[in-house]
Design a protein around this ligand. Sequence first.
Ligand SMILES: *Cc1c(COP(=O)(O)O)cnc(C)c1O
Length: 226
Amino acid sequence: MGRISDNFRRIKDSIPDDVQLVAATKSRSADEIKEVIDAGADVIGENYTHPEAVRKHRELGEYADRVRWELIGHLQKNDINKALPIFDRVQTVESLSKAEHIDKRVERAGKEITPVLIEINSGREEAKYGLAPDKDALEEIVEGMRKLEHLRLDGLMTMGPFTGDPEDARPYFEVARELYEYGKTLVDGKDRMEVLSMGMTNSYRVAIEEGANMIRVGTAIFGERD
Ligand SMILES: *Cc1c(COP(=O)(O)O)cnc(C)c1O
């Protein structure tokens, strides 16, 4: 077993069974991704649809089919047609208009439904995408998405401001958790509020304490990015 496998197993063993560990693989090679899949990773999170994720998905061939792929980076409108065939879920829907653009293109990608998460800009940061952390805003997008037959809402995702100190992230995770609980009262029919994706290498422990049931970890598995 190599370093990547050891890191993956160690993190996996240290978190509760009901927390999904997503291997965040931006800038990692196909060989590194194979190693983490061999170690038991079942969800791969990629940031850049084109060309990075498209190329790696193809390079990985049958390996790619052994796992689920989730888009954890921003989805450009121009990339929707390329993203839908490879990603099993899009975690970064930030507006109703983006949701509508995706919905329109799902069938063309040969699918019936694309599951999505709403990205919450929990720190109200100018430089980040995401829905404002606001109950009315959530209500509006959830109601709008209910009409979109080819999307299924699964839950929420957030990044939160990065300071280096994981404790600084806690209030933002709390904000996302509150919206998540509120979201449970809004969903109906095909839609759900079951996934709360938050926490990265330096903050995943705090995120789990604050209710995350999905964490996205790159550096702690693969080492520092170049
Ligand atoms: C890069 C990235 C991660 C993983 O970050 P690490 O600090 O390397 O664990 C998680 N989520 C998103 C959205 C990312 O872009």
